[in-house]
Design a protein around this ligand. Sequence first.
Ligand code: ZN
Length: 246
Amino acid sequence: MLSLFRRAAPPAVSAPTLTIGDRVVPVELIANSRASRMTLRADPVRGAVRVTLPPRSSRRTALAFIEAHRGWIAARVADWPEAAPFLPGAVIPFDGGKLHLDWSAANPRGIVRREDRLIIGGEAATLSGRVTRWLRAAALADVEPATRALAARIERRVAKVAVRDPVGRWGSCSSSGTVSYSWRLILAPPAVRFSVVAHEVAHLVHPNHGKDFWALAAELNGGDPATQRGWLRQHGASLHWVGRAT
Ligand SMILES: [Zn+2]
């Protein structure tokens, strides 16, 4: 959750796909000059299979390798979350509960929340993008004051709070004092989201994952965040499928 280094994206060799049941799974063939053998990874967050190729391996060998591991891949893919697109009538996770996407062309244009419903008007075709923007704004309206309040408690300066959509982490904290979060945390229970805020604010003091860091993160969280981390391990991937078409 702390990112000090930015890694360049590895070069993709090509982009075949694999059909598993009714899912079309993108396959990424990644050439890696330091790899000593071919390795396979099924990513439940992005919904892709990645094959890392050592130098001088051919596309044909890679495809044979994938074919030989089709059973293993199918077993992983069977456990992946289902895509939950933002469509009229859909029910999405929100803040520990659920939100019904209550769209009608007759509703006033815009999005208004009424308890567990989002009343949405306007064009159905633009609903997904508008719901995403609404959720991002709701996420920022929650994590920004929480971050600033915790930082004030330990007398640290926060330059900026932002929400983004990273795949590999829930939050990050830069040395310049910018704290960013995944907007998808608004889909998680409040205690889970707060534990990520406590984690990132603790990084304003300790830019590492040492013993003192964990002690401060637990103190800011109001207790050991083990339960919340467990929740993210178990349900985190499914949050990345919310709002996706496939
Ligand atoms: Zn961290």
